[in-house]
Design a binder for this molecule. Structure first.
Ligand code: SF4
Ligand SMILES: [Zn+2]
Length: 348
C-alpha cells in the first residue's frame, strides 16, 4: 500500500458507526430529472448497507459516505424492509435513482437475490432505474440477469471515474482502479444495451483551481464518446476524510462556482450530444463549492437550471465583484502551492 492509501485507511481506524436502525433507508426524496429529453419527476432512495468495499479497504480521499454506513453486515430482511419503507413515499415517479453509498452491484453490499427482487418490483412501476457501481462489479453475468428483468425499460449504471488521468486518480483520489478498467466496464454496459453515467470530480486534492478546470475538461474530451451522461461532483468537505484533514489545515479550498460554470460551458461545447449535469452538494457553504455570499445562490440556481435544460445561456447574466478574486487565485495559486485561504471573511 502507498502512503496515501495507508492514510485513507488510518482515518477510519477509530471510526465508530452511528447507531441506526438497519431496517430504515438513509433517506428518500422526490426531485426533478430529465428522461427522454423532458423534465420529469424522479425518486431517490439511499439504502443503508455495510458500506463500500473499497472504503473498507482504504477508500477515496474525498469520500465520507462510510459515515452513513452500518459498517457491518446488513441482513437481506433489513434491506427489503428498507425498500418497503422507501416505497411508502413513492408516488409513481417515472425515474428511480438508487444509491447505496457504495456499489449496488457489489454482492457484499446487496446480495443478487435482493438486487433482483428490488429490480423486479421497480421495473413494474418506473420507466428508468439508475444505480451506481465501481467497474470491478460490472460483469456480463450480472448485467445479463438485469437485462432479462428490464427488457424495454431503461437501466442506467453510473461509474465514479472522477478523472481520465490515471496519475491524478491514483495519487490524489486513491480510487483503486484505472482508466482502462473504466473502459472495459463501459464495453460491458454498452454490450448489454444499458445507459452509462460517468461521475467526474471537480477539484481533487493537490490540484490547483486552474489544474482542476483543465483536468475536468480534458476528462470530458476523453470520455465523451463512451458515456451518455457526465455528472460533475465538486469536492465537498466530508467528515473523516483526507480532504477534511487538509482543509482544516488551510491546505485545501473547495472549488469556486466560477470554475464550475467555466467547466460546464466548455464541456457542453466539447460534448454536445452528452447530457452534462452538476450536483453541487453543500454549495455556497464553507464545506462546499462557493464564491462569495452575494452571488452563491444565483450561481447555484444557474447550475441547477443548466443541469435540467442543457442551455449555457443560463450563465450569461452571472456577474459579481468576486470574479476578480477568482481570477487572482488562478494567477497566484502556483506561487502558494495550493495553500491560499478563502478571500471572503466568512470563510477564513
Ligand atoms: S467514492 Fe465511491 S468508490 Fe470511493 S470510497 Fe466512496 S463509495 Fe467507495
Ligand atoms: Zn460573488
Amino acid at each position: 500500500m502507498n502512503e496515501l492509501t495507508l492514510f485513507c485507511k488510518s482515518l477510519k481506524k477509530n471510526f465508530i458507526p452511528k447507531i441506526c436502525d438497519p431496517s430504515k433507508p438513509v433517506r428518500c426524496w422526490p426531485e426533478k430529472d430529465v428522461l427522454g429529453g423532458k423534465i420529469v419527476d424522479a425518486y431517490v432512495i439511499i439504502f443503508r448497507t455495510r458500506g463500500c468495499s473499497w472504503a473498507h479497504k482504504s477508500g477515496c480521499t474525498m469520500c465520507g459516505y462510510f459515515n452513513d454506513s452500518i459498517w457491518n453486515k446488513v441482513s437481506n430482511k433489513d434491506l427489503l424492509k428498507q425498500f418497503d419503507i422507501a416505497m411508502e413515499s413513492y408516488n409513481d415517479e417515472r425515474f428511480v435513482k438508487i444509491f447505496t453509498s457504495g456499489s449496488f452491484l457489489d454482492d457484499n453490499e446487496i446480495k443478487p437475490i435482493i438486487r433482483n427482487e428490488i429490480m423486479g418490483k421497480l421495473v413494474e412501476k418506473a420507466d428508468k432505474v439508475s444505480v451506481e457501481s465501481r467497474p470491478e462489479y460490472i460483469t456480463d453475468e450480472k448485467l445479463s440477469k438485469i437485462k432479462d428483468v428490464f427488457q424495454s425499460k431503461t437501466f442506467e449504471i453510473s461509474i465514479g471515474l472522477e478523472t481520465a488521468n490515471d496519475f491524478v486518480r491514483e495519487h490524489a483520489i486513491n480510487k483503486g482502479f484505472t482508466f482502462n478498467d473504466y473502459k472495459k466496464a463501459v464495453q460491458t454496459v454498452k454490450k448489454n444495451g444499458f445507459k452509462l453515467k460517468t461521475y467526474v470530480l471537480i477539484k481533487p486534492l493537490f490540484l490547483t483551481e486552474k489544474e482542476s478546470i483543465e483536468d475536468s475538461t480534458n476528462t470530458v474530451d476523453k470520455i465523451k464518446t463512451h458515456t451518455d451522461t457526465i455528472s460533475f461532483n465538486p469536492t465537498n468537505i466530508q467528515r473523516n476524510t483526507v480532504v477534511e484533514f487538509l482543509w482544516k489545515r488551510k491546505q485545501y479550498r473547495p472549488a469556486w462556482l466560477w470554475s464550475i460554470v467555466e467547466i460546464l460551458k466548455t464541456s457542453k461545447k466539447l460534448a454536445r450530444n452528452v447530457m452534462i449535469k452538476c450536483d453541487v452538494v453543500g454549495g455556497g457553504s464553507i464545506r462546499g463549492a462557493h464564491n462569495c455570499e452575494k452571488c452563491n445562490q444565483k450561481f447555484l440556481d444557474a447550475i441547477a437550471n443548466f443541469s435540467l435544460s442543457q442551455d449555457t445561456k443560463v450563465f450569461e447574466d452571472l456577474d459579481c465583484k468576486c470574479r476578480e478574486q477568482w481570477l487572482d487565485q488562478l494567477d497566484m495559486e502556483n506561487l502558494s502551492f495550493g495553500s491560499l485561504v478563502d478571500f471572503s471573511s466568512r470563510y477564513q
